[in-house]
Write a protein that binds this ligand. Structure first.
Ligand SMILES: Cc1cc2nc3c(=O)[nH]c(=O)nc-3n(C[C@H](O)[C@H](O)[C@H](O)COP(=O)(O)O)c2cc1C
Ligand code: SF4
Length: 678
């Protein structure tokens, strides 16, 4: 038996867990009609099959109708959930993993304008900033109703075959009672700590009455709100003791911080550029103080840190949640001593940010996650070996190269630059976004192991490509920044990429016009402001940087607010003229007839990219398919078989930004689904 601390079994009450790695609850928003159906099951089964010990399904599965699902949460208030839950738990158990579910009432952490349009409730009328909705102040009959809803939900989940449940306190209704900042009730549910905890213990007692003493019940909670006037660490430790001493629960799953604002949430669940494992010591303190089963997750992305978390005795079970979104096969790779093959979570938070915008959780660089019913995490070998030439070693090109090589093809990659990465290498120039380069590094190391041949510093012309006698050519040449949006003065502006790459020196007084709204605009603005420039970021849209999304915006704002960057929404830059050594920028608006000017010394435009597609169009006439790919075949995962030119000796495809400006996930998804069928 292995002596790896991570691979040691753990006994939670009667439940044997096969190792110390868990996936903490996270709602990936894959439910259909509020039920965990086929995709939900396939997603968890993939991870169970690869060896994770415990998967905490759902996240915030809602126990009541007035806990309005904010991100396609599972409806555990419906009886119908039992049958879907049974299918889910049976399938997971078949692969030796334990499975539980997190249930909750969101309280004010949601909105009222969805589902049943019921008023939301909380122990005060105060809104949660992140959701903005104003709650009803909870009444005695609401409290009774919700206690009973919790018990009903727990009973359903027991009937659904779960090994246990976790009630979510942190930031949700239970914790809204705990925190003096959100509880304005009088006795018996408001006032002293004992009163503020009363609702939680009433809920736990009702659950126990329903599910008995054997069923596993745990709680996820913050042990320190880190907010002036909120619950502090001393109270957190006191609460931990009370929870343990109550005899009502079997484990503590501790977090640190608050989630009522985007900034708070981002400190609790740190993203790229923020420290790893920031709350692990704190979790260790709770475990040391209580000597009770303690679980914890917060940016423990790598095996070494997870191993330390267990070996040092800070926690009993270590959560590697986003790490498993990025690579479902972590445990198998540890067991097989292939840790180098683990696809790293780069903390991009595309997964989490998407669910807050109503989307499903997708990983920025694992497009098979959340698509387990149609996309493979493990690539099958092809029946026939082909010669594949790929032009461009950005994320899309490298994914295509990796997947083609896994298929057993002979793969040659040409790249004009002296190293791989494309736009991602520029992105990773910002210290905060350095982790992005692992998207490239992981693919390069996989490609090298698989024998892919690379030619760097090689601007492949058609004759170079054809000299390879390819059977398939994939053009993944990416794009170049496009800035020609002005009626006059296009030659006077720089692009966001010029600033990020350092090709153009920052000015002193700069207008950044950003109508793409993605990272590049903010990244350029931050570089400019850090270099000492006075910066105004202008967008014609009603909010700035909409593609950056909520948690990703937090580090930018922390940095740029200190640097006094100004943000102007709903104005459009129309032209730029030179006046001596200054530039005069004319500004209008899509909303009406407005005319303003700005006098600056530099104008930077972020307007996405245009495809670098010369090679594609050069090769198109001699290809067998004239570059056409069948959307149906692509979607269905079938080989491409269009023939437009029977004389053509090779199939031609293009992917990623070489087609149209999109994002890293789209480029990699293009690469995977095209290459897996070659
Ligand atoms: C897509 C997504 C949804 C999440 N939803 C929940 C949730 O509903 N309830 C919860 O307690 N935590 C939720 N989390 C937080 C995770 O449980 C975990 O605490 C967090 O991701 C930090 O751990 P990690 O760095 O290992 O990912 C979510 C995380 C992700 C990525
Ligand atoms: S999107 Fe980013 S944070 Fe989320 S799992 Fe993928 S790499 Fe990790």
């Amino acid at each position: 038996m292995s002596n790896d601390p991570l691979l040691q079994p753990y006994k939670l009450k009667h439940l044997a867990l096969r190792n110390r790695i868990m996936i903490t609850s996270h709602e990936p928003a894959y439910a259909v009609d509020g039920m965990p159906k086929e995709l939900y099951r396939a997603y968890h089964v993939e991870r169970a099959r690869a060896g994770v010990a415990l998967t905490m399904t759902a996240g915030s599965a809602v126990v009541s109708k007035d806990s309005v699902p904010g991100f396609n949460n599972i409806h555990v208030y419906k009886d119908e959930v039992v049958r879907w839950s049974r299918d889910l738990t049976d399938a997971i158990h078949e692969h030796g993993a334990a499975v539980m579910i997190q249930i909750t009432h969101l309280g004010r952490r949601t909105r009222w304008d969805a589902e049943h349009w019921l008023p939301i409730v909380s122990p005060s009328h105060e809104q949660e900033p992140a959701h903005r909705a104003f709650p009803k102040k909870i009444e005695d009959w609401d409290i009774e109703r919700i206690i009973s809803d919790y018990a009903d939900a727990a009973e359903r989940m027991q009937a659904g075959g779960m090994d246990g449940i976790e009630v979510q306190a942190s930031g949700h209704l239970l914790d809204q009672f705990w925190s003096p900042l959100t509880n304005e009730l009088d006795s018996p549910y408001g006032g002293c700590l004992e009163n503020r905890l009363r609702f939680t213990f009433d809920v736990l007692k009702a659950i126990r009455r329903r599910v008995g003493t054997e069923f596993i019940v745990g709680i996820r909670y913050t042990g320190d709100e880190r907010l002036p006037g909120g619950l502090d660490k001393n109270e957190g430790i006191a609460i931990s003791h009370r929870l343990k001493d109550s005899g009502l629960i079997d484990f503590l799953n501790v977090v640190r911080g608050h989630i009522d604002t985007d900034a708070g949430l981002t400190d609790l669940i740190p993203i790229q550029g923020m420290a790893n494992s920031p709350h692990l010591d704190f979790a260790g303190e709770i475990r040391a103080a209580t000597n009770f089963p303690t679980f914890h997750a917060a940016k423990i992305p790598d095996v070494a840190t997870a191993r330390f978390a267990i070996a040092s005795g800070k926690v009993d079970m270590v959560g590697m949640t986003r790490a498993h979104i990025a690579d479902p096969h972590i445990v198998r790779k540890i067991v097989e001593k292939r840790e180098d093959d683990i696809r790293p979570c780069v903390g991009a938070n595309y997964c989490l940010d998407r669910i807050y915008q109503g989307g499903a959780a997708y990983c920025i660089h694992n497009p098979a996650t959340g698509r387990e019913t149609s996309q493979p995490h493990t690539i099958e070998r092809a029946a026939t070996r082909k010669k594949v030439v790929i032009v461009g070693a950005g994320p899309g090109g490298l994914e295509a190269a990796r997947v083609c090589a896994e298929r057993g093809h002979h793969v040659v990659v040409f790249e004009a630059a002296n190293q791989p990465g494309g736009q991602l290498r520029l992105t990773a120039q910002s210290p905060r976004r350095q982790e992005m380069i692992s998207i490239i590094d992981w693919r390069m190391s996989q490609c090298e192991k698989l024998g892919v041949v690379f030619h760097f510093n090689n601007w492949a012309e058609a004759d170079v490509v054809l000299a390879e006698k390819p059977e398939v050519v994939i053009v993944a040449t990416g794009g170049y920044p496009h800035t020609e949006v002005l009626s006059q003065g296009n030659d006077l502006v720089a692009s966001s990429w010029d600033i990020i790459s350092g090709d153009v020196k920052p000015g002193m007084n700069v207008l950044v016009f950003d109508d793409a709204g993605d990272h590049a605009g903010l990244q350029a603005a931050e570089i400019l402001a850090t270099a000492g420039a006075r910066v105004e970021v202008m967008t014609p849209h009603r909010s700035f940087a909409p593609e950056v999304m909520s948690m990703n915006l937090v580090p930018y704002m922390r940095s740029m607010q200190k640097l006094n960057v100004a943000f102007t929404v709903t104005y459009r830059l129309s032209k730029v003229e030179r006046d001596g050594n200054q530039l005069v920028a004319s500004v209008g608006s899509d909303y009406g007839d407005v005319q303003q000017t700005r006098i600056v010394d530099q104008v930077v435009i972020n307007h996405g990219t245009r495809p670098l597609d010369d090679l594609y169009f050069e090769l198109k006439p001699s290809s067998s398919n004239h570059g056409e790919n069948s959307h149906d075949a692509l979607i269905d995962g079938r080989p491409q078989s269009i023939v437009r030119n029977p004389e053509g000796a090779f199939q031609l495809f293009r992917i990623g930004d070489a087609v149209a400006a999109r994002n890293t996930h789209a480029a990699i998804y293009d690469g995977l689904r095209l290459a897996k069928a070659i």
